[in-house]
Design a binder for this molecule. Structure first.
Ligand SMILES: *[C@@H]1O[C@H](CO)[C@@H](O)[C@H](O)[C@H]1NC(C)=O
Ligand SMILES: *[C@@H]1O[C@H](CO)[C@@H](O)[C@H](O)[C@H]1NC(C)=O
Ligand SMILES: *[C@@H]1O[C@H](CO)[C@@H](O)[C@H](O)[C@H]1NC(C)=O
Ligand SMILES: *[C@@H]1O[C@H](CO)[C@@H](O)[C@H](O)[C@H]1NC(C)=O
Length: 475
């Protein structure tokens, strides 16, 4: 009994520690589904317009023999697709129904009765066509898969006009010809639709799960769970881990579980966990992107300190004695990847950086002077206003240590004080000025967010939004 219990506990810990939680979650609401369907209506209309109708032939016994006929060169002239109605089908995918679809066809006919040949052309309207289908969403090889296992089509009405030839001969069969063509259309609608879905599926299957973000990093967008379809939305859990392109490696921390609230009033909800953001910081750090070379011309004229060995004399007395009147440069870089935490409305940032100082003998000859190790923490607020991320950054602490020196020991206290002052009077006001103006949300080309709201939750950041797409302005 106890043994069973222990095995159970062991299995539980096993599955628990092996769990690979998603760092990105996305939810499409019913409102969002309607929007996506709106965008896909043109595509669907094209798929249906490209239906190829095969030649139809047959014979009719008229008592004194058989009239044989061929209907050929049938082409779809026009296809009018009303916007489909869509709904989530819990546990499966999306049910889609089109009613009132109409298709205009033209073609040619030939009849043969013994030595009598006749031919002409026709036009035909097939209307009140309905298409009912169920799109099944699943996961295949850690990607979203889509299929249309259920599909049915029906034709409500037909109107045909036959022209040419001595049409009276075969006028009695018109009814029947219409029936044949209608059947043909009915038989082709679902295959045409499925063909389109298969094309979409091939596209999804060929998509790389490693999405390049910029020259430094990529993000893994493979699914961690099967898509979750509820009556009110579709949830996708995505790995959401960033890697350096040059030196990809796992960060020394792992994802935690989080639960994004589904917002029915917005088309889409997105959640990114601390792990997602920190893996990005880690990836950029590893890629060497988090470093900057600071020259004196980058420092505001008004600053009391300049990168000049003479001017730093009051802080480091031996510096101008050893290297009088030389311009300096600072190489500022993250010593470890910055860590970011989300804590209900607040963002905190921990930064371990180093600054290497050089005296520039010439543009290319740099004499190493010393290295400062800086430890600092910040708190930030962030929100979205008019589709721009805005916020405010505040320094919580900053300590400086002398990490290495080529010019002997000097007191760090005045440098630390000067750095704090520079942060508070020059750097942060500049950063906060930019944060006040706002930063654009990154988005897929052609689409833009609308009515976005952002909230900082415990362990993750959530954004809910509507989306407007390229075809929306045509409404
Ligand atoms: C993406 O993540 C999945 C699971 O977390 C993993 O199996 C896959 O190898 C990763 N792919 C890349 C390109 O990082
Ligand atoms: C995503 O993961 C969370 C736990 O981390 C879970 O509660 C949620 O149901 C998952 N959603 C999907 C779509 O699988
Ligand atoms: C360094 O600062 C001094 C004093 O302000 C100035 O006279 C000198 O031109 C500066 N030297 C360089 C190389 O910028
Ligand atoms: C988040 O806030 C809670 C409660 O205020 C605190 O105990 C916790 O240490 C904070 N976490 C971080 C990472 O700041």
């Amino acid at each position: 009994m106890v043994k069973m219990w222990l095995i159970g506990l062991f299995l539980m810990t096993l599955t628990h520690t092996n769990a690979d939680y998603s760092a990105l979650q996305a939810v499409l609401s019913q409102k969002g589904l309607q929007k996506v369907t709106h965008w896909l209506t043109d595509w669907l209309q094209n798929e249906l317009s490209s239906i190829v109708l095969p030649k139809v032939s047959g014979g009719v016994n008229i008592g004194i023999g058989t009239v044989s006929y061929v209907l050929h060169d049938m082409t779809i002239k026009r296809c009018d697709l009303p916007e489909p109605s869509v709904a989530f089908s819990e546990g499966t995918g999306v049910s889609l129904e089109v009613s009132g679809l109409s298709i205009a066809i033209s073609g040619s006919w030939n009849t043969n009765f013994g030595i009598i040949h006749d031919s002409g052309w026709f036009e035909m309207a097939v209307y009140t066509v309905t298409l009912k289908t169920l799109l099944q969403l699943g996961m295949d090889d850690e990607r979203l898969s889509i299929s249309a296992p259920v599909c049915s089509a029906d034709v409500g009405g037909v109107q045909a006009n036959f022209h040419g030839g001595g049409s009276f001969i075969f006028q009695p069969f018109v009814e029947m010809f219409s029936g044949r063509i209608t059947n043909e259309i009915r038989a082709q609608i679902c295959p045409a639709f499925k063909n389109g879905i298969e094309g979409l599926e091939r596209h999804l299957a060929a998509m790389s799960v490693a999405l390049k973000v910029d020259p430094y990093v990529y993000i893994n967008i493979s699914l961690t769970d099967s898509p979750l379809v509820e009556y009110n939305g579709l949830g996708l859990n995505v790995t959401g881990e960033f890697y350096s392109i040059n030196s990809p490696s796992e960060p020394p921390f792992s994802p935690d579980s989080f639960e994004l609230t589904w917002q029915d009033n917005y088309m889409m909800s997105l959640g990114a966990s601390e792990f997602c953001v920190n893996s990005a910081a880690y990836a950029y750090h590893r890629a060497g992107a988090l470093q900057i070379r600071i020259r004196d011309d980058m420092i505001p004229k008004a600053s009391p300190f300049h990168l000049n060995t003479s001017q730093l004399g009051p802080l480091i007395p031996q510096l101008p004695k050893k290297y009088p009147d030389m311009p300096m440069e600072l190489l500022l870089y993250t010593r470890e990847a910055p860590m970011i935490f989300f804590n209900k409305t607040l963002i905190s940032v921990q930064l371990l950086a180093s600054a290497k100082a050089f005296a520039m003998k010439s543009d290319t000859v740099a004499i190493p002077l010393f290295r400062l190790d800086i430890e600092s923490s910040f708190i930030a607020k962030a929100y979205i206003d008019k589709e721009l991320v805005k916020g405010f950054l505040q320094m919580k602490s900053l300590t400086v240590k002398l990490g290495a020196t080529e010019i002997g020991i000097f007191s760090i206290t005045p440098i630390e004080r000067a750095l704090k002052m520079a942060m508070n009077t020059f750097v942060l006001p500049k950063v906060n000025g930019q944060l006040k103006d706002g930063i654009q949300l990154p988005f897929v080309k052609g689409f833009s967010p609308k009515n976005s709201v952002m909230t900082i939750e415990n362990g993750f950041v959530a954004v809910a939004m509507d989306i407007s797409g390229p075809s929306d302005s045509r409404q």
